[in-house]
Design a binder for this molecule. Structure first.
Ligand code: SR1
Ligand code: MG
Length: 394
């Protein structure tokens, strides 16, 4: 739809707008895949977001994608609002003919990546909110809690092969091979990447193991793309958006993405000499995301576990330890793919000084290798800060 189509569409389809209302509409999407419109009634001030999925990705026609991702996104938002109330936008309507979802307008919120990278703002409640979101949506959609037949039906309903293929290629394959890839390496770091990533046999073997774990471990209903561009924030509230990559996969995929993208914010902050209070808050937030997740996951497990064998003494600790190791590995993969692969992040690309950017990328890539290879050693939040500080001195 173009802007006029969207105005006509909401005028006809949504009760909140009257037939003669005066509408303003703008396209505000800045993601890689879809078109996002904000429509506002000039007189009442009421506004909504209309998100439409096309048959190719916005970033490039090379990606041919099913519009079913819009159905998945709409249904997952409705489900996540039940599992983690108040932490996702309200869905007002989903239309499978137009492949579009109408949802709550969050115009008083800011995208977390922008707020961190451009504004260096502090969000005191973010770690608490995002860990509630992850513990609830992941554990409560898993076999630990759900009836196993219902869980298998949910896994089938949220089968998302085309968007999973993007992740399999862009996260788990292309960053490790300088062949037939769409990688986009910062030129001054090409030799470093050649040696430290493409040339590291042990790293590539671990990435291969993790790729097949991503494809085969239908552990929980993931958001599937939980970076700081998928999170809206204010000082008091957090809303997770864009679950179009959702599918049943390993829990660590979501947790690792949050950690890695906070590390990107930390890297940007240190590169531009951000104020100490802000850098300290970022470090504490990384620590809190890991430690609060563990605490909440443990409490929720005890309150909601259903499977008879999952109640065996020692099983909870074994399960959580695997989730935390996966999380560390995914954090490493996300760091590597955003520096080496096709879809970069502005936390890094906006570091203006060439030497600062070279150094920032090398610190993160060094930490990433440790996160992947030594993933079983990352248990507490402080371990992640330790990896960053160690990489600064390597
Ligand atoms: C072609 S899509 C590139 C990336 O954008 C999305 O947000 C996902 O992170 C995907 O890997
Ligand atoms: Mg997105």
């Amino acid at each position: 739809m173009d802007i006029e189509d969207v105005k006509e569409y909401v005028r006809c389809k949504l009760d909140v707008f009257t037939p003669n209302c005066e509408l303003q509409c703008e396209e505000i999407g800045d993601g890689n895949l879809n078109y996002v419109f904000r429509v506002r009634d000039v007189n009442s001030g009421i506004s909504v977001i209309v998100k439409q999925a096309g048959v190719t990705a916005r970033i490039s026609d090379e990606f041919k994608l099913s519009t079913d991702r819009n159905r998945i996104e709409s249904e997952v938002l409705l489900l996540q609002d039940k599992l983690a109330p108040g932490l996702v936008p309200k869905v007002l309507q989903y239309d499978d003919v137009m492949s579009c979802c109408v949802m709550e307008d969050l115009s008083s919120y800011t995208i977390l990546r922008t707020a961190l990278t451009d504004e260096q703002r502090i969000f005191p409640l973010f770690a608490d909110h995002i860990t509630t979101f992850m513990a609830n949506t992941l554990l409560l959609s898993s076999d630990v809690v759900m009836n196993h037949k219902d869980k298998k039906a949910a896994a089938a309903a949220f089968s998302n092969p085309e968007l999973c293929e993007i992740t399999e290629d862009l996260v788990y394959s292309e960053p490790f091979k300088n062949h037939n890839s769409r990688n986009d390496v910062f030129a001054p770091n090409e030799h470093f990447v050649e040696k430290e990533i493409y040339g590291d046999d042990e790293l590539r073997l671990e990435a291969a193991k993790l790729k097949f774990q991503f494809m085969t471990n239908a552990q929980a209903l993931l958001h599937g793309d939980l970076h700081t561009g998928s999170i809206f924030v204010t000082e008091k509230e957090t809303k997770v958006i864009d679950p179009e990559f959702a599918f049943y996969g390993p829990m660590g995929y979501d947790i690792g993405n949050v950690i890695a993208n906070l590390m990107f914010a930390w890297s940007h902050a240190t590169a531009v000499n951000a104020r100490t209070e802000y850098v300290q808050w970022l470090e504490q937030t990384i620590v809190d995301v890991v430690d609060l997740f563990r605490t909440k996951f443990t409490a929720l497990w005890d309150a909601s576990v259903q499977d008879v064998m999952a109640k065996e003494p020692g099983f909870r600790a074994y399960y959580l330890q695997n989730v935390m190791a996966d999380s560390a590995a995914v954090a490493g993969l996300e760091l590597i793919r955003r520096i080496v692969g096709l879809a970069g992040v502005k936390d890094i690309s906006s570091i203006a000084d060439e030497h600062d950017r070279i150094a920032a990328e090398r610190v993160l890539l060094t930490a990433a290798k440790r996160l992947i290879k030594n993933r079983n050693e990352f248990e507490a939040g402080a371990d992640y800060i330790g990896a960053l500080k160690q990489a600064q001195h390597d």
